[in-house]
Design a protein around this ligand. Structure first.
Ligand code: GLN
Length: 483
Protein backbone atom coordinates (compact mmCIF):
# COMPACT_ATOMS: atom_id res chain seq x y z
CA UNK A 1 0.00 0.00 0.00
CA UNK A 2 2.85 2.37 0.83
CA UNK A 3 4.10 2.25 -2.77
CA UNK A 4 1.03 4.06 -4.09
CA UNK A 5 1.25 7.58 -5.45
CA UNK A 6 -1.34 10.24 -4.62
CA UNK A 7 -3.01 9.61 -7.99
CA UNK A 8 -3.19 5.86 -7.32
CA UNK A 9 -4.53 6.47 -3.82
CA UNK A 10 -7.23 8.74 -5.22
CA UNK A 11 -8.30 6.02 -7.68
CA UNK A 12 -8.20 3.32 -4.98
CA UNK A 13 -10.31 5.39 -2.61
CA UNK A 14 -12.79 6.25 -5.37
CA UNK A 15 -13.07 2.55 -6.31
CA UNK A 16 -13.51 1.61 -2.62
CA UNK A 17 -10.48 -0.73 -2.75
CA UNK A 18 -9.52 0.52 0.74
CA UNK A 19 -10.54 3.28 3.10
CA UNK A 20 -8.55 6.31 4.12
CA UNK A 21 -8.60 4.99 7.68
CA UNK A 22 -7.00 1.68 6.59
CA UNK A 23 -4.34 3.45 4.58
CA UNK A 24 -3.64 5.94 7.37
CA UNK A 25 -3.10 3.12 9.88
CA UNK A 26 -0.69 1.33 7.52
CA UNK A 27 1.36 4.48 6.98
CA UNK A 28 1.40 5.47 10.67
CA UNK A 29 2.70 2.00 11.53
CA UNK A 30 5.32 2.29 8.80
CA UNK A 31 6.48 5.66 10.12
CA UNK A 32 6.77 4.28 13.66
CA UNK A 33 8.76 1.31 12.39
CA UNK A 34 11.09 3.01 9.91
CA UNK A 35 11.46 6.66 10.84
CA UNK A 36 13.93 6.06 13.70
CA UNK A 37 16.50 5.42 10.91
CA UNK A 38 15.71 8.69 9.16
CA UNK A 39 14.48 11.19 11.79
CA UNK A 40 12.20 12.76 9.20
CA UNK A 41 9.36 13.63 11.60
CA UNK A 42 9.41 16.10 14.50
CA UNK A 43 5.82 15.34 15.54
CA UNK A 44 3.38 12.59 14.65
CA UNK A 45 -0.30 13.53 14.76
CA UNK A 46 -1.89 10.08 14.98
CA UNK A 47 -5.13 11.14 16.64
CA UNK A 48 -5.76 13.99 14.25
CA UNK A 49 -4.87 11.74 11.28
CA UNK A 50 -7.35 9.03 12.25
CA UNK A 51 -10.04 11.62 12.92
CA UNK A 52 -9.45 13.27 9.52
CA UNK A 53 -9.29 9.88 7.75
CA UNK A 54 -12.63 8.80 9.21
CA UNK A 55 -14.18 12.14 8.29
CA UNK A 56 -12.87 11.78 4.71
CA UNK A 57 -14.31 8.26 4.48
CA UNK A 58 -17.68 9.60 5.62
CA UNK A 59 -17.53 12.41 3.06
CA UNK A 60 -16.80 9.87 0.30
CA UNK A 61 -19.61 7.61 1.52
CA UNK A 62 -21.89 10.64 1.21
CA UNK A 63 -20.97 11.07 -2.45
CA UNK A 64 -18.15 13.62 -2.29
CA UNK A 65 -15.05 13.11 -4.41
CA UNK A 66 -11.71 14.84 -4.88
CA UNK A 67 -8.11 13.82 -5.44
CA UNK A 68 -7.08 14.87 -1.93
CA UNK A 69 -10.12 13.52 -0.07
CA UNK A 70 -8.58 10.98 2.33
CA UNK A 71 -5.02 11.41 1.01
CA UNK A 72 -2.29 11.15 3.67
CA UNK A 73 0.25 13.97 3.75
CA UNK A 74 2.54 15.75 6.23
CA UNK A 75 3.48 19.38 6.69
CA UNK A 76 6.93 20.86 7.01
CA UNK A 77 7.14 22.03 10.61
CA UNK A 78 6.99 25.72 9.75
CA UNK A 79 3.35 25.63 8.62
CA UNK A 80 1.28 26.62 11.64
CA UNK A 81 -1.05 23.86 12.79
CA UNK A 82 -3.65 24.78 15.38
CA UNK A 83 -3.00 23.22 18.78
CA UNK A 84 -0.03 21.25 17.42
CA UNK A 85 3.63 22.03 17.99
CA UNK A 86 5.06 24.13 15.16
CA UNK A 87 8.77 24.19 15.97
CA UNK A 88 10.45 25.44 12.78
CA UNK A 89 13.20 22.97 13.69
CA UNK A 90 14.26 25.24 16.56
CA UNK A 91 14.61 25.01 20.32
CA UNK A 92 13.21 28.55 20.22
CA UNK A 93 9.78 27.22 19.24
CA UNK A 94 9.94 23.76 20.82
CA UNK A 95 7.05 24.71 23.09
CA UNK A 96 5.03 26.65 20.49
CA UNK A 97 1.59 25.34 19.71
CA UNK A 98 0.18 27.46 16.91
CA UNK A 99 -3.13 29.17 17.75
CA UNK A 100 -4.35 28.87 14.14
CA UNK A 101 -3.83 26.91 10.92
CA UNK A 102 -1.71 28.30 8.07
CA UNK A 103 -3.79 28.93 4.93
CA UNK A 104 -2.05 26.00 3.20
CA UNK A 105 -2.90 23.71 6.13
CA UNK A 106 -6.51 24.90 6.24
CA UNK A 107 -6.97 24.57 2.47
CA UNK A 108 -5.56 21.05 2.36
CA UNK A 109 -7.62 19.99 5.38
CA UNK A 110 -10.76 21.37 3.72
CA UNK A 111 -9.93 19.34 0.59
CA UNK A 112 -9.88 16.27 2.85
CA UNK A 113 -6.15 15.63 3.16
CA UNK A 114 -5.07 13.68 6.24
CA UNK A 115 -2.17 15.12 8.27
CA UNK A 116 0.13 12.36 9.56
CA UNK A 117 2.57 14.72 11.22
CA UNK A 118 5.05 17.58 11.01
CA UNK A 119 8.35 17.01 9.26
CA UNK A 120 11.88 17.82 10.32
CA UNK A 121 13.67 20.77 8.74
CA UNK A 122 16.72 22.97 9.01
CA UNK A 123 16.30 25.47 11.83
CA UNK A 124 14.13 28.32 10.52
CA UNK A 125 14.62 26.82 7.03
CA UNK A 126 18.26 27.92 6.94
CA UNK A 127 20.41 25.28 5.31
CA UNK A 128 20.75 22.77 2.52
CA UNK A 129 21.52 19.60 4.45
CA UNK A 130 18.90 19.39 7.20
CA UNK A 131 21.69 19.25 9.75
CA UNK A 132 20.88 22.53 11.52
CA UNK A 133 17.64 21.19 13.04
CA UNK A 134 17.50 21.27 16.83
CA UNK A 135 15.83 17.87 16.57
CA UNK A 136 18.88 16.33 14.91
CA UNK A 137 19.93 15.65 11.33
CA UNK A 138 17.72 13.83 8.85
CA UNK A 139 19.27 10.91 6.93
CA UNK A 140 18.96 10.28 3.21
CA UNK A 141 17.07 7.00 2.59
CA UNK A 142 19.29 6.35 -0.47
CA UNK A 143 22.34 6.23 1.79
CA UNK A 144 21.94 6.79 5.51
CA UNK A 145 25.42 8.31 5.74
CA UNK A 146 24.41 11.14 3.42
CA UNK A 147 22.27 14.25 3.89
CA UNK A 148 18.79 14.41 2.33
CA UNK A 149 19.22 18.06 1.37
CA UNK A 150 17.48 20.93 3.05
CA UNK A 151 15.79 22.77 4.39
CA UNK A 152 12.77 20.54 3.64
CA UNK A 153 14.84 17.40 4.29
CA UNK A 154 12.26 15.78 6.56
CA UNK A 155 9.47 16.04 3.99
CA UNK A 156 11.83 14.74 1.29
CA UNK A 157 13.24 11.79 3.25
CA UNK A 158 9.77 10.72 4.40
CA UNK A 159 8.30 10.76 0.88
CA UNK A 160 11.38 9.13 -0.69
CA UNK A 161 11.24 6.32 1.90
CA UNK A 162 7.57 5.74 1.06
CA UNK A 163 6.44 6.69 4.57
CA UNK A 164 3.77 8.75 2.83
CA UNK A 165 3.02 9.80 -0.76
CA UNK A 166 3.55 13.57 -0.59
CA UNK A 167 4.30 16.44 1.76
CA UNK A 168 4.31 20.22 1.87
CA UNK A 169 7.61 22.08 1.81
CA UNK A 170 8.96 25.58 1.33
CA UNK A 171 11.65 27.03 -0.91
CA UNK A 172 13.52 30.26 -0.13
CA UNK A 173 16.65 29.46 -2.12
CA UNK A 174 16.09 25.88 -3.22
CA UNK A 175 14.65 24.02 -0.24
CA UNK A 176 12.02 22.16 -2.26
CA UNK A 177 14.05 21.49 -5.42
CA UNK A 178 17.39 20.59 -3.82
CA UNK A 179 16.06 17.93 -1.39
CA UNK A 180 13.89 16.63 -4.26
CA UNK A 181 17.07 16.18 -6.31
CA UNK A 182 18.94 14.53 -3.42
CA UNK A 183 16.18 12.00 -2.71
CA UNK A 184 14.83 11.19 -6.21
CA UNK A 185 11.60 13.17 -5.89
CA UNK A 186 9.71 15.72 -7.92
CA UNK A 187 9.41 19.09 -6.17
CA UNK A 188 7.87 22.33 -7.34
CA UNK A 189 8.57 25.85 -6.11
CA UNK A 190 5.65 27.94 -7.40
CA UNK A 191 5.74 31.54 -8.60
CA UNK A 192 6.17 33.96 -5.68
CA UNK A 193 2.64 34.85 -4.56
CA UNK A 194 0.99 31.71 -5.96
CA UNK A 195 0.75 29.93 -2.59
CA UNK A 196 -0.22 31.87 0.53
CA UNK A 197 2.50 32.50 3.10
CA UNK A 198 -0.01 33.22 5.84
CA UNK A 199 0.85 31.03 8.82
CA UNK A 200 4.10 29.90 7.21
CA UNK A 201 6.80 31.01 9.66
CA UNK A 202 8.92 33.52 7.76
CA UNK A 203 12.59 33.13 6.94
CA UNK A 204 13.09 35.67 4.12
CA UNK A 205 9.66 36.99 3.22
CA UNK A 206 10.43 38.21 -0.31
CA UNK A 207 11.84 34.80 -1.27
CA UNK A 208 9.80 32.22 0.71
CA UNK A 209 7.27 30.15 -1.18
CA UNK A 210 5.43 26.95 -0.23
CA UNK A 211 4.99 24.06 -2.63
CA UNK A 212 4.63 20.29 -3.05
CA UNK A 213 7.16 17.46 -2.72
CA UNK A 214 6.03 14.14 -4.20
CA UNK A 215 7.29 11.28 -6.32
CA UNK A 216 5.74 12.35 -9.62
CA UNK A 217 4.74 15.49 -11.47
CA UNK A 218 1.20 14.12 -11.54
CA UNK A 219 1.17 14.10 -7.72
CA UNK A 220 2.74 17.56 -7.50
CA UNK A 221 -0.14 18.80 -9.68
CA UNK A 222 -2.65 17.31 -7.25
CA UNK A 223 -1.00 18.76 -4.15
CA UNK A 224 -0.35 22.17 -5.71
CA UNK A 225 -4.01 22.36 -6.71
CA UNK A 226 -4.90 22.11 -3.03
CA UNK A 227 -2.31 24.68 -1.92
CA UNK A 228 -2.49 27.45 -4.54
CA UNK A 229 -4.76 30.45 -4.68
CA UNK A 230 -5.28 34.04 -3.61
CA UNK A 231 -5.40 34.76 0.11
CA UNK A 232 -6.41 38.13 1.44
CA UNK A 233 -4.44 37.43 4.63
CA UNK A 234 -1.17 37.49 2.66
CA UNK A 235 -0.48 40.89 1.12
CA UNK A 236 1.93 39.38 -1.42
CA UNK A 237 -0.53 36.73 -2.53
CA UNK A 238 -1.51 37.29 -6.16
CA UNK A 239 -5.11 37.31 -7.31
CA UNK A 240 -4.67 35.21 -10.41
CA UNK A 241 -7.01 32.32 -11.28
CA UNK A 242 -5.63 28.86 -10.45
CA UNK A 243 -5.69 26.65 -13.56
CA UNK A 244 -6.49 22.94 -13.46
CA UNK A 245 -2.93 21.65 -13.16
CA UNK A 246 -3.81 18.01 -13.87
CA UNK A 247 -5.64 19.00 -17.08
CA UNK A 248 -2.49 20.23 -18.86
CA UNK A 249 -0.33 17.18 -18.12
CA UNK A 250 -1.12 15.53 -21.45
CA UNK A 251 -0.01 18.35 -23.76
CA UNK A 252 2.51 17.41 -26.46
CA UNK A 253 6.05 18.78 -26.20
CA UNK A 254 6.29 19.16 -29.98
CA UNK A 255 8.04 22.45 -30.71
CA UNK A 256 8.61 23.32 -27.04
CA UNK A 257 11.63 25.64 -26.90
CA UNK A 258 14.03 24.64 -24.14
CA UNK A 259 16.83 27.03 -23.21
CA UNK A 260 20.04 25.64 -21.76
CA UNK A 261 22.19 28.39 -20.19
CA UNK A 262 25.84 28.07 -21.12
CA UNK A 263 26.84 29.33 -17.65
CA UNK A 264 25.35 26.16 -16.11
CA UNK A 265 28.11 23.91 -17.41
CA UNK A 266 31.06 25.50 -15.66
CA UNK A 267 33.89 23.85 -13.78
CA UNK A 268 31.87 23.58 -10.57
CA UNK A 269 29.47 21.01 -12.03
CA UNK A 270 30.19 17.31 -11.40
CA UNK A 271 30.81 15.95 -14.95
CA UNK A 272 28.72 12.87 -14.18
CA UNK A 273 25.75 15.15 -13.44
CA UNK A 274 26.45 17.10 -16.64
CA UNK A 275 26.19 13.83 -18.56
CA UNK A 276 22.85 12.92 -16.97
CA UNK A 277 21.54 16.39 -17.82
CA UNK A 278 22.58 15.86 -21.46
CA UNK A 279 20.68 12.55 -21.42
CA UNK A 280 17.54 14.26 -20.19
CA UNK A 281 17.92 16.91 -22.88
CA UNK A 282 18.11 14.16 -25.52
CA UNK A 283 15.05 12.49 -24.05
CA UNK A 284 13.07 15.72 -24.30
CA UNK A 285 14.33 16.26 -27.86
CA UNK A 286 12.91 12.84 -28.76
CA UNK A 287 9.58 14.09 -27.43
CA UNK A 288 9.71 17.01 -29.84
CA UNK A 289 11.41 19.75 -27.85
CA UNK A 290 13.82 22.13 -29.56
CA UNK A 291 17.03 23.00 -27.68
CA UNK A 292 18.60 26.43 -27.75
CA UNK A 293 21.71 27.70 -25.96
CA UNK A 294 20.99 30.81 -23.91
CA UNK A 295 22.92 33.00 -21.48
CA UNK A 296 22.20 34.19 -17.93
CA UNK A 297 25.18 36.55 -17.60
CA UNK A 298 24.50 37.71 -14.03
CA UNK A 299 24.15 34.25 -12.54
CA UNK A 300 27.59 34.41 -10.93
CA UNK A 301 26.42 37.30 -8.70
CA UNK A 302 23.32 35.52 -7.44
CA UNK A 303 24.82 33.67 -4.46
CA UNK A 304 26.45 36.73 -2.88
CA UNK A 305 23.26 38.76 -3.45
CA UNK A 306 21.05 36.04 -1.96
CA UNK A 307 23.31 35.61 1.08
CA UNK A 308 22.89 39.32 1.83
CA UNK A 309 19.15 39.61 1.14
CA UNK A 310 18.03 36.40 2.87
CA UNK A 311 19.94 37.04 6.13
CA UNK A 312 18.83 40.70 6.09
CA UNK A 313 15.18 39.68 5.95
CA UNK A 314 15.80 36.89 8.46
CA UNK A 315 17.36 39.28 10.97
CA UNK A 316 14.21 41.37 10.82
CA UNK A 317 11.74 38.45 10.83
CA UNK A 318 13.45 36.67 13.71
CA UNK A 319 13.51 39.73 15.96
CA UNK A 320 10.06 38.73 17.23
CA UNK A 321 11.53 35.70 18.99
CA UNK A 322 12.60 37.53 22.12
CA UNK A 323 11.44 35.27 24.92
CA UNK A 324 8.65 37.73 25.73
CA UNK A 325 6.15 37.60 22.89
CA UNK A 326 7.30 34.34 21.35
CA UNK A 327 9.75 31.60 21.99
CA UNK A 328 12.04 30.06 24.51
CA UNK A 329 12.63 32.10 27.70
CA UNK A 330 15.81 31.70 29.74
CA UNK A 331 15.71 30.85 33.47
CA UNK A 332 15.94 33.64 36.08
CA UNK A 333 16.78 36.65 33.91
CA UNK A 334 18.50 39.48 35.79
CA UNK A 335 16.89 42.22 33.74
CA UNK A 336 15.26 42.77 30.34
CA UNK A 337 18.50 42.90 28.35
CA UNK A 338 19.74 39.74 30.04
CA UNK A 339 16.41 38.07 29.19
CA UNK A 340 16.71 38.97 25.51
CA UNK A 341 20.35 37.98 25.28
CA UNK A 342 20.14 34.65 27.00
CA UNK A 343 16.75 33.64 25.55
CA UNK A 344 17.97 34.27 22.00
CA UNK A 345 21.42 32.85 22.70
CA UNK A 346 19.94 29.64 24.06
CA UNK A 347 17.01 29.38 21.65
CA UNK A 348 18.79 29.87 18.32
CA UNK A 349 21.41 27.50 16.94
CA UNK A 350 24.74 28.61 15.41
CA UNK A 351 23.61 28.89 11.75
CA UNK A 352 20.61 31.04 12.68
CA UNK A 353 22.76 33.26 14.90
CA UNK A 354 25.29 33.63 12.08
CA UNK A 355 22.59 34.76 9.65
CA UNK A 356 21.03 37.20 12.12
CA UNK A 357 24.44 38.80 12.62
CA UNK A 358 25.19 38.97 8.88
CA UNK A 359 21.74 40.39 8.19
CA UNK A 360 21.81 42.99 10.96
CA UNK A 361 25.24 44.10 9.76
CA UNK A 362 24.13 44.40 6.13
CA UNK A 363 21.16 46.53 7.16
CA UNK A 364 23.02 48.78 9.59
CA UNK A 365 23.57 52.48 8.92
CA UNK A 366 26.63 53.00 6.74
CA UNK A 367 26.53 49.47 5.28
CA UNK A 368 23.00 49.41 3.91
CA UNK A 369 23.96 50.99 0.56
CA UNK A 370 27.10 48.94 0.17
CA UNK A 371 25.46 45.56 0.82
CA UNK A 372 21.67 45.44 0.94
CA UNK A 373 20.95 48.02 -1.74
CA UNK A 374 23.65 46.60 -4.00
CA UNK A 375 22.24 43.09 -3.54
CA UNK A 376 18.77 44.35 -4.50
CA UNK A 377 20.20 45.83 -7.70
CA UNK A 378 21.82 42.50 -8.55
CA UNK A 379 18.49 40.87 -7.89
CA UNK A 380 16.94 43.04 -10.60
CA UNK A 381 19.71 42.13 -13.04
CA UNK A 382 19.12 38.43 -12.39
CA UNK A 383 15.43 38.92 -13.08
CA UNK A 384 16.17 40.87 -16.28
CA UNK A 385 18.37 38.01 -17.54
CA UNK A 386 15.43 35.64 -17.16
CA UNK A 387 12.99 38.03 -18.81
CA UNK A 388 15.31 38.29 -21.83
CA UNK A 389 15.75 34.50 -21.96
CA UNK A 390 12.01 33.85 -21.80
CA UNK A 391 11.55 36.01 -24.90
CA UNK A 392 13.34 33.23 -26.75
CA UNK A 393 12.44 30.01 -24.93
CA UNK A 394 9.50 28.43 -23.07
CA UNK A 395 11.48 26.55 -20.43
CA UNK A 396 15.00 26.77 -19.02
CA UNK A 397 16.69 23.46 -18.20
CA UNK A 398 19.78 22.57 -16.20
CA UNK A 399 21.04 20.67 -13.17
CA UNK A 400 19.30 21.25 -9.84
CA UNK A 401 22.56 20.92 -7.91
CA UNK A 402 26.25 20.87 -8.87
CA UNK A 403 26.92 17.73 -6.79
CA UNK A 404 24.93 14.80 -5.38
CA UNK A 405 24.07 14.60 -1.67
CA UNK A 406 27.18 14.95 0.45
CA UNK A 407 28.10 12.98 3.57
CA UNK A 408 26.62 14.01 6.89
CA UNK A 409 28.92 16.54 8.52
CA UNK A 410 31.02 17.09 5.38
CA UNK A 411 30.26 20.80 5.09
CA UNK A 412 29.63 21.67 8.74
CA UNK A 413 32.91 23.45 9.32
CA UNK A 414 32.56 25.63 6.22
CA UNK A 415 29.13 27.25 5.81
CA UNK A 416 30.17 29.02 2.58
CA UNK A 417 30.89 25.63 0.95
CA UNK A 418 27.25 24.72 1.56
CA UNK A 419 26.02 28.13 0.29
CA UNK A 420 27.81 27.52 -3.02
CA UNK A 421 25.75 24.37 -3.60
CA UNK A 422 22.67 26.61 -4.08
CA UNK A 423 24.03 28.07 -7.32
CA UNK A 424 21.34 26.66 -9.64
CA UNK A 425 18.31 27.12 -7.41
CA UNK A 426 18.50 30.57 -5.83
CA UNK A 427 18.15 32.58 -9.04
CA UNK A 428 14.50 31.47 -9.35
CA UNK A 429 13.79 32.81 -5.84
CA UNK A 430 15.53 36.10 -6.54
CA UNK A 431 13.39 36.50 -9.67
CA UNK A 432 10.21 35.01 -8.13
CA UNK A 433 9.93 32.41 -10.92
CA UNK A 434 8.49 28.89 -10.67
CA UNK A 435 10.93 25.97 -10.76
CA UNK A 436 10.72 22.20 -10.63
CA UNK A 437 13.23 19.45 -9.97
CA UNK A 438 12.69 15.92 -11.27
CA UNK A 439 14.71 12.70 -11.10
CA UNK A 440 17.29 12.32 -13.88
CA UNK A 441 19.48 9.37 -12.85
CA UNK A 442 22.08 8.33 -10.28
CA UNK A 443 25.72 8.98 -9.45
CA UNK A 444 27.35 6.49 -7.05
CA UNK A 445 23.88 5.28 -6.06
CA UNK A 446 22.75 8.80 -5.16
CA UNK A 447 19.93 10.53 -7.06
CA UNK A 448 20.45 13.48 -9.40
CA UNK A 449 17.85 16.08 -10.33
CA UNK A 450 17.21 18.11 -13.45
CA UNK A 451 15.72 21.56 -12.91
CA UNK A 452 13.14 23.24 -15.14
CA UNK A 453 12.28 26.95 -14.84
CA UNK A 454 9.34 28.69 -16.48
CA UNK A 455 7.87 32.20 -16.77
CA UNK A 456 5.60 33.54 -14.01
CA UNK A 457 2.50 31.42 -13.33
CA UNK A 458 3.53 28.69 -15.77
CA UNK A 459 3.54 25.95 -13.13
CA UNK A 460 1.27 23.96 -15.47
CA UNK A 461 3.95 24.03 -18.18
CA UNK A 462 6.60 22.73 -15.75
CA UNK A 463 4.30 19.94 -14.59
CA UNK A 464 3.40 19.03 -18.17
CA UNK A 465 7.04 18.76 -19.28
CA UNK A 466 7.95 16.75 -16.19
CA UNK A 467 4.97 14.44 -16.63
CA UNK A 468 5.78 13.76 -20.29
CA UNK A 469 9.39 13.08 -19.29
CA UNK A 470 8.23 10.71 -16.55
CA UNK A 471 5.97 8.82 -18.96
CA UNK A 472 9.13 8.04 -20.94
CA UNK A 473 11.68 7.44 -18.16
CA UNK A 474 11.62 5.38 -14.99
CA UNK A 475 14.06 7.20 -12.69
CA UNK A 476 11.22 8.51 -10.54
CA UNK A 477 9.93 4.97 -9.90
CA UNK A 478 13.16 3.74 -8.24
CA UNK A 479 12.81 2.98 -4.54
CA UNK A 480 15.68 3.18 -2.04
CA UNK A 481 16.79 -0.25 -0.74
CA UNK A 482 15.37 -1.03 2.68
CA UNK A 483 12.29 1.12 2.18
N1 GLN B 1 20.11 26.77 1.29
C1 GLN B 1 19.44 28.03 1.26
C2 GLN B 1 19.64 28.75 2.56
O1 GLN B 1 20.22 28.19 3.42
C3 GLN B 1 17.98 27.88 0.93
C4 GLN B 1 17.14 27.45 2.06
C5 GLN B 1 15.69 27.48 1.73
O2 GLN B 1 15.30 27.47 0.56
N2 GLN B 1 14.88 27.55 2.77
O3 GLN B 1 19.23 29.84 2.74
Amino acid sequence: MHQMTLAEIARGLADKKFSSEELTKVLLARITQLDPQLNSFISLTEELALEQAKAADTRRANGESGALLGAPIAHKDLFCTQGIRTSCGSKMLDNFKAPYDATVVAKLAAAGAVTLGKTNMDEFAMGSANESSWYGAVKNPWNLEHVPGGSSGGSAAAVAARLLPAATATDTGGSIRQPAAFTNLTGLKPTYGRVSRWGMIAYASSLDQGGPLARTAEDCAILLQGMAGFDQNDSTSIDEPVPDYSASLGDSLQGLRIGVPKEYFSAGLDPRIAELIQNSIQQLQKLGAVIKEISLPNMQHAIPAYYVIAPAEASSNLSRFDGVRFGHRCENPENLIDLYKRSRGEGFGPEVQRRIMVGAYALSAGYYDAYYLKAQKIRRLVKNDFMAAFNEVDIILGPTTPNPAWKLGAKNSDPVAAYLEDVYTITANLAGLPGLSMPAGFVDGLPVGVQLLAPYFQEGRLLNVAHQYQLNTDWHTRTPTGF
